[in-house]
Write a protein that binds this ligand. Sequence first.
Ligand code: AMP
Length: 407
Amino acid sequence: MITQQNRLNPGSDRFILTINGGSSSLKFALFQAGDTPVRLFSGMFERIGFPEGILTLNDVAGGTTERRTIHVPDHESCLDPLKRWLEERIRIDDILAIGHRVVHGGMTYSGPGRVTPHMLEELRRISLYDPEHLPSEIGLIDAFNKRYPNLAQIACFDTAFHRDMPRVARLLPIPRRFDKLGVQRYGFHGLSYAFLMKELARVGGRGEANGRIILAHLGNGASMAAVKGGKSVDTTMGFTPTSGMPMSRRSGDLDPGLVSYLARTEGMSVDRFHKMINTESGLLGVSEISSDLRDLLAQEQSDSRAAEAVALFCYQVRKWIGAMSAAMGGLDTLVFSAGIGENSSVIRARICDGLEFLGIIIDDARNETGNAVISKEGSSVTVRVIHTDEESEIAYQTAQCLQGSAD
Ligand code: AMP
């Protein structure tokens, strides 16, 4: 229940609002502005476009969580309840900026930037690069612009973290003319990776953060980044976030020959194929049971489809760890993060089983108790579990961007 006591001191604070729009969800958080923004509240609209949506509100300082059903037919319809929620706590005038997560920045954007009509035009131009995310993210920026035309909006790009990847990691082996048109490997989950690198420097020190690191973001969306000397040198995702390792509903990399095979044998259209690889594949597609690894682990003893889906996921992640290590000429630190990486000791153990040749030796007791370091004393690779926080990274980049433009 929201009361006047929840309302922060009007006028005495300045805030940053973060917006992270997924395909059927919208996460938001309110931060107190500053060099290191402090999170005050966070919330999430889920099941957008379904007959019954869910709104969760979390008061960080008060330690309370509220959850209720709500009808939100599209992303824009989340704005009214969000506005009411904000106005019960702060004055909208005290918001310095809204920081948006934007999944794809194409070839143009290598860092956060203030949203301008020119940026929106460029994002619209490349929206076919990522039709799963970009159109709804542009729609949200537009909707906020319409309501709050004087409020600064900052775009924070997932692709930016990887923009300095070596040319050889960016090139796609297709006719050269496509490269100039922007058809390259970009990489994603960059906000998570940027946050994890700061955390790694904090907990492991600058020396470790400058080594050869694999950051494994294993959530509903899953990818890995190979980071050497503080820079991304390769990553598992490429032109779109559908690529790389199998995910909860996304296929990850496939044999390109499948496209013509399915078109010829099943008359599969482009749209149908797009839907299949983005929403009907991965853990859900192989198991035919669930996209949630927890459900599959619970059923793997009784249902061979669940067992195969889990085994495929662990096998592919293990293979990618090998590939990312090769890209860096070795490995010093492996970081597990996101829903699966942070919470499932069983999956972490299965992924690492067989990677002793790389110097990865897991300490079972540390792994099971969820220690921050889960490798054995003598393991030449330090294996860590670090909680990721994309909202904090959006707020941080937004604050940096505002400071930069104020200088
Ligand atoms: P994220 O996208 O980072 O929020 O991750 C969400 C996913 O993490 C869920 O769909 C689950 O598959 C997975 N997950 C969360 N907790 C666990 C757990 N304890 N064991 C296995 N998987 C988990």
